[in-house]
Every structure is written in C-alpha cells, then in structure tokens.
Write a protein that binds this ligand. Structure first.
Ligand SMILES: [Zn+2]
Length: 337
C-alpha cells in the first residue's frame, strides 16, 4: 500500500499555442498546484514531448519533488488522439501527421502510469472535480468556443469517450446542411463555421466581399486593414451598432442556440459550462442563450432547460482536467471507463 500523502500527480495541457504542466499533491488541493507553461514548439514531432519533460523536470527541481514521488501523469491534448497508442494524429494546429506523446515521456519518466485524453474530455473532468455542484456534476457538458468548437460530456456520471477517445466533437455537428460555408473538416454548415472564432472571422470576410452590408464601423475599428479583423473586432463592431458585425454576431448566437439545443437534446444535462477564448465577449453570447431556454425552448430543445454557465477555471480548465484524470484513474472511479 503506497502512502498517498507524500505523493504527487502531474497534469499536462497541450494546445496549439501553449503547453502547461502542473504538479499537485495527490489530494488535489487547489492551493498545492504548482504550474509552468511554455509556447508550443513545432520543430519536429518530439518538440511537444520534450517541452513537457523539460517543464516537469524544472517544476520538480524547484519544488524538491523526486521522481519516486510521482504516481501518475495525465495528458490532456488537442485532438484527435489515439488513447491506446498515446499519440495525437492529424492535428492541423500542432503540425505533424502523428505526434507521439506517451512513449517519449515514458522513456524519461519510466514506471509512472501515463494517461492521455483529448482536451475537452479532460476539461469536463476538471469541472466535475473542481467546480461543479454536487447535484449537477454527474450530468454536465463542457463546450469550448475558441478557434474551433469542442465538447466534453459527462452523462449519468460517466465520461463519454468513444472508441478512441474522440467522442463529443460537437463543433462539427451540422446546423445548416445547405450552407455554402465550408468547415476545415471539409463539410458544409458545421456549427463551428458560424460560431467559432475562426468561423466568425471568415463569415465577416465573406460579407465584406459580398459588399451588401454596411461595414464602415468594422473597417474603422480595423483601421481599414482587413487582415486585422478577428472575432474581437467583430464583437466590438456589433456593440457599436455596425450592420455587418451585428449580422455576423447574430448568426453566431443563433447557431449557438441551435448547437446547444441539439447537444442538450442528446444528453439531457443539468448544466452546460462554456469556456474558451470567445468567452471574452460572453456578454454578447451567454445572455441570449439563457434567454432562449426561458422564452423559446420548444424551438431549439424539448428537454427541461439546463443551466448555462461559464467556467471559472479559465485557461486552467484543461490542466485541471489532466490532474483530475489521474486522480480518477488511480481511484478506479467509474466516471472513466
Ligand atoms: Zn466541420
């Protein structure tokens, strides 16, 4: 029997821009989390695993933690992933066709169990452990609205993983099959085509090309430089009453309603937690979503309305998820198959 009290859990969050590594005492008390991060290098397929090992070694040294005290490493990565092999494959943001994670990390930290999960499935575990209330936590969805849209689902106290760990790719749910707008995945009319950061930007550029809506305010904000237009400028444009910006934001919110209506109907959850970079403009997104469940539920959803929340864990949500993953795995908690 190991004495759990002086043991440590490692959590790693791997994204297109940042790699974050944390260690925490096995009780996962928030005040005991120590973390570091670095920009995601893409020099070769081992750049990420090298960065993870480097950051982990630094944190251990700074906090006087020896290898023998580590009882598990959780990796939450942008997907798609192959949970069994421990690789990421075909990820447009990370570069290479296949990125080995588990094997190179195991070589430097042998004998320590390593678990891999995709970032959104990890994030929902983080919310389950660190944030959700007792009465809701066994039926929640996490939705990240960022470059793309991704999801993680806990239903009846079980994390939905799918056969390789890529379940709940909700951003590619079709919300407008006849759409002329193409998604990065190749399909037309995916939810993230309208409501993600990339989608909002692309729609604005399309409308600028069409030249049918007044774009003065948006172009003013961007100093007449179209290359400076991102979701941020478009949401600002809508706040200032710009016609083109308002249309793009209205579409973003409308399809957000359709998307969460679908997801809610599939899983009948107690709460939907939002996160991701687009939540910087949450005042223009969340209130209309809450409103729809109050005044117009039948149009978008037939179930009892869920609560709509924004995670308080912010950028840390993936890292927290990676820590919770290890904790739940070591406890043989039935939440993870
Ligand atoms: Zn798609």
């Amino acid at each position: 029997m190991i004495n759990i009290e002086d043991k440590f859990i490692v959590g790693v969050d791997i994204g297109g821009t940042w790699i974050r590594v944390a260690i925490c005492t096995a009780d996962l008390k928030e005040e005991n989390i120590k973390s570091k991060n670095t920009r995601t290098l893409k020099e070769n397929e081992y750049s990420i695993s090298n960065s993870v090992c480097q950051l982990l070694s630094e944190i251990m040294l700074e906090n006087d933690v020896e290898k023998e005290k580590l009882i598990g490493i959780g990796l939450a990565s942008a997907g798609p992933i192959d949970m069994e092999k421990g690789n990421v494959f075909n990820n447009a943001n990370l570069g290479f066709r296949e990125i080995p994670l588990k094997r190179p990390i195991r070589e430097k930290f042998p004998g320590i169990p390593i678990y891999l999960i995709n970032d959104c499935n990890g994030a929902v575990l983080g919310i389950h452990y660190f944030e959700a209330e007792e009465e809701e936590k066994d039926n929640i969805i996490y939705i990240t609205v960022s470059t793309g849209i991704g999801g993680g689902v806990i239903c009846n106290g079980r994390l939905m993983l799918g056969k390789e760990g890529n379940a709940a790719e909700i951003g590619h749910g079709l919300v407008d099959p006849k759409s002329k707008f193409q998604c990065n995945c190749g399909a037309y009319g995916c939810w993230e085509v309208f409501s993600s950061g990339t989608g909002v930007k692309s729609r604005a550029l399309d409308y600028l090309k069409d030249n049918t809506l007044n774009s003065d305010i948006l172009l003013g904000i961007a100093n007449n430089d179209k290359s400076k237009i991102t979701a941020k400028e478009i949401f600002q444009g809508a706040r200032e009453g710009g016609e083109l910006s308002k249309k793009v934001v209205d579409d973003c919110v409308f399809y957000m309603k359709v998307g969460i209506g679908l997801v809610n109907n599939f899983y009948d959850v107690s709460s939907i937690y939002f996160g991701g970079a687009m939540m910087k403009d949450k005042e223009q997104i969340i209130p209309p979503l809450i409103e729809q469940f109050k005044i117009d539920p039948l149009r978008f959803t037939i179930n009892h309305p869920p609560k709509i929340k924004v995670t308080k864990l912010g950028d840390e949500v993936g890292l927290r998820g990676a820590l919770a993953l290890v904790k739940y795995k070591l406890e043989n908690n039935p939440i993870i198959p």
